[in-house]
Design a protein. Structure first.
Length: 341
């Protein structure tokens, strides 16, 4: 059965917002997210997560005889619980879905980015891989403590992005004029209302262009997820490369000589892959992710290549939002003929 076409431009635009990962641009979604952050809703869940994580972490540490396994599990469960809460109660699922699909859909750009970053990065990190000190350090780390190191490196990368990405978002709404709004609303439910508002001297939709609060964080989260997915793809590629490379050239004798162990621990059904190889590969892959995150945001060539396409999406979102707010304001006052029910 064919779906009915939405005739109310405001409702149609809200649907467009949700389809393009802009859930916080919709008043109802923004209000629900704000309510989910209130202490009376967030604190009970936080207490429950702490209790469950403490119990599971204590059991894991006791059974594995690794004290570091407990905090590693605590932090992992906290991150997973935070993600689930953000995707559900904080209404971030449309943001994450669109950002991930946007990144994976632009496979050509992603491969081009990887081809620029991987060769030099692999040359740099391979010198660490064929280094006895790296094997000695990682082989003596329990998996729990190694996972804590991986989470620490990932956290540092996210913090760095959260410091730099707001500057990119703040630059989007600096030069909004009539041509900007017309270009942004083309092909959207607000294309015709935009023309009407621009012809109305009292409307001034450009005055609604500044993005603040939840709307601003919506755009930051889009950029953060897109960048994080790219880094995650690169980390997985580096990890798989070192597993394959190490299984071919790092014989058991070399691993024993470099780690100082009496025997290596092999993965079941993978005789050529040892636990020591997995550890050093995981550590270097996580380190590569942090290195790529910092260089990607600071390298002007990459920023121009990456942000040139993404920022066009951001500009379109800002322009549509400005016209949407102006149309809502006019509808609230009951003026004009915008087709608002």
């Amino acid at each position: 059965m064919k779906q009915p076409v939405e005739t109310d431009p405001l409702r149609a635009t809200e649907t467009w917002f949700l389809q393009h990962g802009l859930s916080y641009f919709v008043p109802e979604e923004r209000a629900a997210a704000r309510a989910a952050l209130r202490p009376r809703r967030a604190v009970p869940l936080l207490v429950l997560v702490v209790l469950v994580a403490a119990a599971l972490g204590g059991l894991l540490g006791w059974f594995s005889d690794q004290v570091s396994a407990a905090p590693a599990l605590w932090l992992t469960l906290a991150v997973l619980a935070g993600l689930v809460y953000a995707l559900t109660a904080l209404r971030a699922r449309p943001i994450a879905t669109w950002a991930v699909s946007r990144t994976l859909g632009s496979l050509r750009t992603l491969l081009s980015t990887a081809s620029r970053a991987l060769p030099l990065l692999l040359v740099f990190v391979t010198f660490l891989f064929i280094n006895a000190e790296a094997w000695q350090m990682t082989s003596r780390l329990p998996f729990g403590r190694l996972w804590l190191v991986v989470l620490l490196l990932m956290g540092l990368g996210i913090v760095f992005l959260l410091v730099r990405l707001p500057n990119e978002v703040d630059a989007v709404d600096d030069a909004v004029d009539d041509s900007f709004l017309t270009r942004a609303c083309a092909g959207t439910p607000l294309e015709e209302p935009c023309r009407e508002l621009l012809e109305d001297p009292d409307a001034d939709p450009a005055s609604y262009a500044q993005v603040t609060g939840f709307d601003r964080w919506n755009l930051i989260l889009v950029l953060l997820i897109i960048q994080f997915v790219q880094v995650l793809v690169l980390v997985v590629a580096v990890f798989v490369f070192f597993l394959l490379f190490g299984s071919l050239v790092m014989t058991e004798g070399v691993q024993l000589a470099w780690t100082g162990l009496k025997s290596t621990h092999h993965i079941p059904y993978l005789d050529s892959v040892s636990a020591e190889l997995v550890k050093v590969s995981l550590f270097l892959a996580a380190f590569s992710g942090l290195y790529f995150t910092v260089s990607a945001v600071t390298d002007e060539t990459y920023r121009e290549q990456f942000f040139s396409t993404v920022m066009r999406e951001m500009e379109r979102a800002v322009g549509v939002r400005a016209v949407y707010l102006a149309l809502r304001n006019r509808a609230r006052r009951g003026g004009g003929s915008s087709g608002v029910a």
